[in-house]
Structure formats: C-alpha cells, structure tokens
Design a protein around this ligand. Structure first.
Ligand code: A3D
Length: 320
C-alpha cells in the first residue's frame, strides 16, 4: 500500500516539529508548505537527512505552491501568527482569518479528500472558518486544542500525585481560551475521580484548584517564558495523536474542537468536546453529563467562541 501523505500548512515552530515527529514515527511522506521561500525546503531537507539515523523510510519535501499538497490524506494547519507576551489568542483573529481563507481555498483545490486538523489560533473560530473556506465535510475538519489542554492538566496532576501520566485521564472541554472547562469530576487518577483523590489525601482542594487554574493559563505560561512565540512541542505531539488515530483507524476518544449538531445543546459551531476519531474522521461525539456548575462554565466558554465567530463575520461576510 502507498504511504500516507501528510501536508503541513505552515512550516514554523509547530510545522517543523510536526514534520520531525511524523518522519520519526514513519507516519507517511511529509509535504511542508509555507509562503516563505526556503524555510519549508530547508526544514524538510534537514529532517530528510536525519531519516537514515532514525531508520525510517519516508520522503519529505518543502513547497511554496498549493499544487504540492495534491492528494494529501491529512493536512495539519499552523499557518498564521502566534502570540507574543501581552497578547491574547483573540488578538490574532484579524491576521489569521485571512490566512485561513487562503489555506481553505488551497485545500479545497488540491486536497479535498484530506482529514484537516487546524491548530491556528484563536482555534475554535479559525477551524469553523477554515471548514467554510475549504467546503470539506464537517466530520473531516477538526481543531486541536483539547488534547494539549488535557495533556497539560494530566502532567500537572502527575507531578502533584506522583502517579504515572499514563494512568491519568483528564478532560478539558469548551473553547480554547482561558475560560476552558477542566472536567474535574470526569478526570481520573488510577480510575479515581479527582474529588475522591482529595478525600484520600493525594492533594488538597486548594492544590487541585491551583492545577485547574494553571491548566487554563497553560498556554500563557509558556508564552511568558519563551517571549518570542508560543508552545510547539506539546501542540505538535497532540496533533500527531489525532492524525494517527485517523490514519490507523484507532478510534481513540480525544478532546477536539468539532462541529456540533445538537450535542451539549449546541449546533452550528465548533467547540471542544470528546470525540471518537477514526477512518471516518469524527465518528461520534461523547457527551459527558454536566451539573449546573459545569453547564455554567461551558456556557461562558461557548459565549467567548460565539463572540469570536461574530467578529469573523464582521471581517468576512461570506461566513455563516
Ligand atoms: P510560527 O512559528 O510563526 O509559524 C507560523 C508559520 O505560518 C510561519 O512559518 C509563517 O511563514 C506561516 N504563514 C503565515 N502566513 C501563511 C500563509 N498565508 N500560508 C502559509 N503559511 C503561512 O507559529 P507557530 O508554529 O508557533 O504557531 C502556529 C499557530 O498555532 C499560531 O496561530 C499559534 O497561536 C497556534 N497555536 C495553537 C495552539 C493550540 O493549542 C490551538 C497551541 C500553540 C500554538
């Protein structure tokens, strides 16, 4: 069988890391696309020269023309600009919406059968716009945020409890903003829900509250440290997990920004929820039962996403 073809739209910090990981894991041949000449070519040649050391047989190519992504099975979109200290994700909207238009049209023309994973911020609004600009079916266009936010949550819980990250399952839902919703009651360490961990003395309620707060601000914490941009290792690994679930039909349950059609009482927008990702793209949305407090937090987060969608419509009236 021919190797899968993975197109990475945007060859910056996340795009380059995606290419590195995809090649190292032998996920498929990699096409790196960017508007800047030389960067995708240089990064792909550098990684290709590492394949004899990895021992993986994949081809890598850098391109500046959308014709180069023709026939891609997966497109991962990081094109646009990242945050700098003092900026919110929402500050990126004006620039990145224009980028999504160009990217969506490029995918529509050259890779209409691809499974598309958007990473560009502000995530929930950009993936919603990208789906419309590309015209691809909703089940084939998703956003990466929840896997990353949940990984941060899991890491902080592992650090606090002294339990392996492998035995911690944690979930963040809602929009990818600082009002995201870490699902404390549905997250577990060794099968025990977090409130039970507090009962058993693994951590205090104050420590758990601190972890929830740190998870919400996890992106900003890295931006403040790096000063020149935002996180890229964990975001790239998160998108690779989503692409792998699709390409290998693993049907993993991953928190992703997906198009809702009535689940969680919402429709017509993209927001973070757990979803089964397999060969059919988004195969099913998992609905967590929510109590009043969780419903209120989710509603606040969704309101932020709706506000960004309205701002996008103001800039690009073709969006519905
Ligand atoms: P960066 O290293 O600046 O890479 C972006 C790349 O996009 C650059 O190489 C640009 O040349 C390229 N680019 C700009 N315009 C276009 C265009 N029209 N077509 C093709 N390429 C273009 O940024 P990064 O890789 O660090 O981050 C990329 C995006 O991911 C940003 O919007 C970040 O805010 C976002 N991000 C999202 C998360 C989530 O969890 C959702 C996490 C971290 C970063």
């Amino acid at each position: 069988m021919a190797r899968a073809k993975i197109a990475l739209i945007g060859a910056g910090m996340i795009g380059g890391t995606l290419a590195h990981v995809a090649a190292r894991e032998e996920l498929g041949d990699v096409i790196l696309f960017d508007i800047v000449e030389g960067i995708p070519q240089g990064k792909s040649l550098d990684i290709a020269e590492a394949t004899p050391v990895f021992g993986t047989d994949v081809a890598l190519k850098g391109v500046n023309d959308y014709a180069g992504i023709a026939g891609a099975d997966v497109c991962i979109v990081t094109a646009g600009v990242p945050r700098k200290p003092g900026m919110s994700r929402d500050d990126l909207l004006g620039i990145n919406l224009k980028v999504m238009k160009a990217v969506g049209e490029g995918i529509k023309a050259h890779a209409p059968n691809a499974f598309v994973i958007c990473i560009t911020n502000p995530l929930d609004a950009m993936v919603w716009a990208l789906q419309q600009f590309s015209g691809l079916p909703h089940n084939k266009v998703i956003g990466m945020a929840g896997v990353l936010d949940s990984a941060r949550f899991r890491y902080f819980l592992a650090e606090k409890t002294g339990v392996s990250v492998e035995d911690i399952h944690a979930w963040t839902l809602g929009g990818h903003g600082d009002d995201m919703v870490p699902m404390v009651r549905h997250s577990t360490v060794g099968g025990l829900p977090l409130p039970e961990l507090v009962n058993q003395g693994f951590m205090t309620q104050e420590e758990l509250d601190g972890i929830v707060k740190r998870t919400r601000g996890g992106g900003g914490e890295i931006v403040a440290l790096l000063k020149t941009g935002s996180a890229y290792y964990a975001p790239a690994e998160s998108a690779i997990a989503m692409a792998t679930s699709y390409l290998k039909d693993k049907k993993r349950v991953l928190p992703c920004a997906v198009h809702l059609t009535g689940q969680y009482g919402l429709s017509g927008l993209y927001v973070g929820v757990p979803a089964v990702i397999g060969a059919g793209g988004v195969e099913r949305v998992i609905e967590f039962p929510t109590n009043d407090e969780e419903k209120a937090m989710f509603a606040k987060s969704v309101d932020s996403v709706k506000g960004l969608m309205e701002a996008c419509k103001g800039i690009e009236p073709s969006l519905k």
